[in-house]
Write a protein that binds this ligand. Structure first.
Ligand code: FMN
Ligand code: FE2
Ligand code: FE2
Length: 394
């Protein structure tokens, strides 16, 4: 099924209700869409492909408008296989098409697929005339891969923004921001940004500044996942700006693991003390919360508290794996606090302490280590830690 965006520009993407985890990591309770855009002019261009198994459905969407073998250009904004694993099949159907991408995308394409199509390498701000419509290519490195660009349809003022401004969630026949409940879109796009782009917040900010400096009009933002913004494109720009801003948010997030409830008791004690001091608290038990939800709620917290039982002399595996995300995603969080419990020799909190020290995060005192049940003195330490945290957030 296709949808006209404006004269000569069509949505021809597909919904994926099959993949359970995006990148085999992030849950997709509402599915995801692989957006693709067809531009019909004297020359025919398609911007973005889809994930391999959806190739036939994508080509059929195109067939509703033109014969895909007539396509002159396939514009690849970004080489990640969720948009490009359809390329080998596409090359068989549209053997005269030229692939258009950035210099860095070229060796990537060859190493991923090496399809037998001509290629056209475009520099930053280079233009390609299709007839009455002109495409302008805006390089956007590390959004979220090194070779990424956006494609701008000059006359229609449509920005095909690649993964930037994208969202999880299938479209289900709705395509535009004015057809969705934006509260759900807000949740799913923030989770998307936090899961996919957290390591590259700076590059989102750079791309936003670049598009602003170009001074181009933007009537429509059409990302490669999620809704197309035609009613209020600045809504999603504002949200992305906010979600990637280096300024941290004024709350404390507690992320902890527990097997038999001892660490859990510390977590809720700390939460209670913080609430009494007027601190906003978000709390996640790593065994119950989805990792993408934990990341969304912790990535920009003023203070991140991590709690763990000791498990075979190490942190609880799921806590350990969260802390790996903190490191790998280069969380902008700069202040952390730690607590944990142990049964005999301990080691969980010590290893977390080392990891956060290596990440150059400030670790607030006291660091709380409890042998199973908290004593009166240790409960006092929790009160003390809550006060320190409150002092940092206020
Ligand atoms: C599978 C397993 C492995 C553990 N390994 C250690 C360990 O290596 N060192 C230690 O001091 N305690 C170890 N413990 C004890 C726990 O750290 C301790 O009981 C802790 O208080 C449990 O907290 P929880 O109830 O929040 O899970 C282990 C417990 C379990 C169940
Ligand atoms: Fe991507
Ligand atoms: Fe993508």
């Amino acid at each position: 099924m296709h949808r006209e965006i404006t004269k000569g520009v069509y949505y021809v993407g597909v919904d994926d209700h099959h993949t359970e985890l995006f990148e085999n990591l992030w849950s997709l309770p509402f599915g995801v869409s692989y957006n693709s855009y067809l531009i019909v002019d004297e020359k025919i261009a398609v911007v973005e492909g889809v994930k391999g198994p959806w190739t036939e459905e994508w080509l059929n969407n195109i067939r509703e408008i033109v014969d895909p073998s007539k396509i002159d250009y396939i514009i690849v904004n970004h080489m990640e296989p969720d948009h490009t694993s359809s390329l080998p099949e596409f090359a068989k159907i549209a053997p005269n098409a030229t692939m258009v991408y950035t210099p860095k995308a070229s060796p990537m394409q060859k190493s991923f697929y090496d399809v037998p199509l001509k290629e056209m390498i475009v520099e930053d701000l280079e233009e390609l005339k299709l007839g009455s419509k002109t495409l302008k290519f805006v390089h956007a490195p590390f959004l979220h891969w090194p070779e990424t660009m956006m494609t701008y349809i000059v006359e229609d003022e449509i920005l095909l923004s690649c993964d930037a401004f994208g969202s999880f969630g299938a479209l289900n026949g709705k395509h535009f921001d004015d057809e969705f409940d934006l509260r759900l879109v807000e949740k799913e796009s923030r989770r998307y940004v936090s899961a996919i782009i957290t390591s590259y917040f700076k590059f989102v900010q750079r791309a936003l500044a670049k598009v602003t400096e170009l001074g181009i009009g933007i009537k429509v933002i059409a990302p490669s996942h999620g809704p197309i913004y035609r009613n209020n494109p600045m809504w999603i720009v504002g949200k992305y700006n906010e979600w990637t801003s280096p300024e941290l948010e004024k709350y404390c997030t507690i992320v902890y693991g527990t097997m038999y409830g001892y660490s859990h008791r510390l977590a809720i004690k700390l939460k209670k003390e913080l609430l009494e001091l007027g601190v906003e608290v978000k709390l996640h038990n790593v065994s119950y919360s989805d990792m993408s939800a934990i990341i969304t709620d912790s990535v920009r917290a003023s203070v991140l508290v991590v709690g763990t039982p000791t498990y075979d002399a190490y942190p609880y595996p799921k806590v350990w794996s969260f802390v790996n995300e903190v490191q790998g995603k280069r969380f902008p969080v700069d202040t952390v606090a730690l607590f944990g419990t142990f049964g005999w020799g301990g080691g969980g909190v010590k290893k977390l302490q080392k990891m956060f020290t290596d990440m150059k995060k400030e670790i607030l005192e006291p660091i709380i280590r409890v042998k199973a049940r908290a004593s009166e003195e240790e409960s006092q330490q929790i009160k003390e830690l809550a006060k320190t945290i409150a002092g940092r957030i206020k």
